[in-house]
Design a protein around this ligand. Structure first.
Ligand code: A3P
Length: 356
């Protein structure tokens, strides 16, 4: 009965419900009650609290849904792949390089969340899939166009892999990993540049070495600084929902040093065509100190000031602290990569050497 409104335009449906109610009143001892829609919904969810949290699936995967799906709607405005982060590993560079490919288009920027859609990891999820699909253009050719989105906070999010796999079970997932110690330091510098009060107040060492007696703002900063670097834990969660064949784990250090080689691998993994020659389209900009897009006339288009920042190197005490902090996680990560038949990135091999 709670779903009566679904059949609101179906007069036979209403007729059936009215007669069913009359039948029950006449022939059984059941007492029927009704409530206005909002109260009815509240009552329903108090009886079935587990249903408060929806899990959106692709409406077009079920013929019954597709049959009642409006003619104006499509299920093609969904990504074929996602760059999931974590933050500060080179996700913006990868995003820019992907956009250079003629068959790849991204989601429209969101003004609210630093351009990223951030659907699966936030309350945006409750806005529903129509809201999500509005962020994507209608592809001109569904089989050859590749839509994607990049939300760097998806990687460490508890909810995201389950929600993403329910809606996009065939999507490919791209993640970038750099040395988690460097990632933590880059993130701290990013917070300072954004004038985060706690990051301006506390030194990097104070942040990473905070303990249960430390101020709560310091501990919260510490969690956000160190948590995404627990790569093994997050990857295992993604692998509970996506097969390894749909996941690409990219060495962020390699993307930084040799982006053309990485982009060749990415193109192969995605199965995108035509093959785009990144070694001709990218050039190293000595002033920026990073690889940038090569434009007509030899000019370059590099990422803005907020990417590839200049800041002093990490102090040895912090580096040592973090190597010890991430030690077991890095060992677990190396076992996981081994299990997946993937080579170990140079930074991981260096960290493992320190363990011996
Ligand atoms: P720093 O600014 O600390 O050097 P993200 O885009 O995920 O936030 O990552 C930002 C990091 O990407 C930068 O961190 C930088 O080291 C790295 N990066 C890799 N390739 C880059 C490129 N071609 N241009 C700028 N930054 C790049």
């Amino acid at each position: 009965m709670t779903h009566l409104s679904n059949y609101g335009n179906d007069r036979l449906g209403l007729y059936t419900f009215v007669n069913l109610a009359n039948f029950l009143k006449c022939w059984t001892n059941l007492r029927l009650h009704t409530l206005p829609p909002l109260e009815l919904a509240l009552h329903y969810f108090s009886l079935f609290p587990e249903q408060r949290n929806p899990l959106w699936q692709n409406p077009c995967d079920d013929k019954r849904h597709k049959d009642i799906w409006s003619k104006e709607k499509t299920c093609d405005r969904l990504p074929k792949f996602m760059v999931v982060g974590p933050q500060k590993t080179g996700t913006t560079a990868l995003y820019l390089f992907l956009l250079m490919h003629p068959s790849i288009s991204s989601s429209f920027p969101s003004s609210k969340t630093f351009e990223e859609v951030q659907f699966f990891n936030t309350n945006n999820y409750h806005k529903g899939i129509d809201w999500y699909m509005e962020f994507f253009p209608v592809p001109s050719n569904v089989s050859t166009d590749f839509l994607f989105e990049k939300s760097a906070n998806y990687f460490p999010s508890e909810d995201t892999p389950r929600r993403a796999a329910a809606l996009l079970p065939k999507a490919k997932i791209l993640t970038l990993l750099i040395n988690p110690s460097d990632r933590a330091y880059s993130w701290y510098q990013h917070q300072r540049a954004h004038e985060d009060r706690a990051a301006l107040r506390f030194s990097f060492y104070e942040v990473i070495s905070a303990n249960q007696h430390s101020a709560s703002e310091l501990r919260s900063l510490q969690n956000r600084c160190l948590g995404p670097g627990l790569y093994h834990t997050h990857l295992e969660r993604w692998l509970r929902y996506y097969p390894p064949s749909q996941m690409m784990i990219i060495d962020g250090q390699q993307l930084r040093n040799d982006p053309a080689a990485v982009m060749d691998e990415v193109q192969k993994f995605l199965g995108v065509s035509p093959h785009f020659n990144y070694s001709q389209a990218l050039t190293f900009d000595p002033q920026k100190g990073f690889w940038c897009q090569l434009l007509d006339g030899g000019r370059t288009k590099c990422l803005g000031k907020s990417k590839g920042r200049r800041y002093p190197p990490m102090d040895p005490e912090s580096r040592d602290f973090l190597s010890r902090f991430y030690r077991d996680h890095n060992i677990d990560l190396s076992k996981l990569l081994h299990r997946l038949g993937q080579p170990l990135p140079a930074w991981l091999r260096e960290e493992l050497q320190k363990v011996r």
